[in-house]
Design a protein around this ligand. Structure first.
Ligand SMILES: [Zn+2]
Length: 105
């Protein structure tokens, strides 16, 4: 059975904000109150199903290069590190300085 995560959400609940896990049948209704203290709870969305937008710094951390189009043929390297050009212009290979190692087609 899948495990669902709930969080105490009741105003004035002494356990407010505390999360707990409950094993439930996939077809079971989600709990509205905590089985142990009776406070209102809300079910948290399983983390694996959350699609959080990946930040530029995260991309950078993961070793990706992200280019954002700024103008016709001009791309900003938003994940640029020291030694890499900030802007990349189409048809200008010299603006790709430091990027050749990262870009794979
Ligand atoms: Zn509780």
């Amino acid at each position: 059975m899948p495990v669902y995560e709930y969080e105490h959400s009741g105003e004035g609940c002494p356990s407010r904000g505390k999360a707990f896990e409950v094993e439930q049948n996939i077809n079971a209704k989600s709990l509205s109150v905590c089985p142990s203290c009776g406070c209102p709870v809300r079910r948290l969305i399983p983390l694996v199903h959350v699609s959080t937008p990946v930040t530029d710094s995260k991309y950078k951390e993961m070793g990706f290069t992200k280019l954002v189009r700024r103008d016709e043929g001009v791309y900003e390297n938003v994940t640029g590190t020291d030694g890499q050009s900030k802007y990349v212009e189409r048809d200008k290979p010299e603006t790709l300085k430091g990027l050749t190692d990262n870009i794979a087609d």
